[in-house]
Design a protein around this ligand. Sequence first.
Ligand code: PLP
Length: 385
Amino acid sequence: MSNGDRIDGMSRESWLARAGGAHDAQTGAVLPPLQPATTYGRDRDYRPISDAIYIRDDLPLSKDAERVIAALEGAADAMLFASGMAAANALLMALSPGTLVIAQSRLYFGVRARLQQLEAQGRIGLQWFDCEDLATLKAALRPGRATLVWGETPANPTWELLDIAAAAGIAHSSGAQLVIDSTVATPLLTRPLELGADIVLHSATKFLNGHSDVLAGALAFRERDALCDAVHVERVAAGAVLGAFETWLLVRGMRTLDVRLQRCCASAQIIAAALEHEPKVRRVRYPGLPSHPQHALARQQMQGGYGALLSFEVTDGDAAALRVAGGLELIIRATSLGGVESLIEHRATVEGAQSRLPPGLLRLSVGLENVDDLLSDLRGALSRL
Ligand code: PLP
């Protein structure tokens, strides 16, 4: 059992260092074995030799990885998927047809696009709410109608926060369930289920794996309820499961989550504070800064750091932002986040014409490099504007 700081009677750090099993019982190897088989044999009486039959139904190693995620989140059950979007999609497809989804208007744009597609196809109803004004969530609820409230905190890439406990209270008062995309916070900084959320979503591609070499997603459920069962059926039927090697890499990656995140959060805090003093930077967005409009909520809801992601707006708009990105030597220009290497991204370019972001906004995913090296890279690029 887990209470966040202690899992199975161990400190979280010790437990995580052995995530997926301290060693292979058969060989004594200090890592879980990687078994790539897609199918598993039966005995002469046609009984399965182990619990495993076919890996689209259940991969034994996935169960170990899922137990790690469930323990970190304090969940009754967790499921892995082939990507964060596959996890989001499985949840949406498992809803009964016509369910109303009330989604935070500040949201990862891939999820927003999928919600809009499903609404256009008539599979779901869709309403938006403002995570900084929960009266808008109250107003969108339709008591008596099956409803899922979709939150993401901190919200990529502008880092608004959703007050999970308050949103859960409002959702539950009208019989709705609350899912939180906690990709950016990770289970180490925020535990949405303890705050009242029903489901947590992760793009495990990001911090959980942490090495930019696995595409994966996860859902964690507070209870093994009807929706949890329906998602399991959906995963088996649609087949968006995680392969054996990716699962193995993910377990390997989660073993270092704690130490990676501590370093990344500490560096992000230093960089965010320093960028606030840069003359060519108009605004820095980071929940750990006192200037963040919801800093008080961040202090209450996030423990042990405010995340490894920040955004800053370069004065003079998108051309200047692209020049800053182009002038970096150490930080890599690439999409995605949560890896050991620092990445910078001009989100408006990636999101295209429909982007609603300030054109000068650059998103920085802070990795494990020396913080002084990162800062001098950023300062150098800004000074050459
Ligand atoms: N949720 C958030 C907050 C994300 O940032 C992303 C991807 O960037 C996703 C979900 C989708 O995850 P994936 O790329 O693993 O499908």
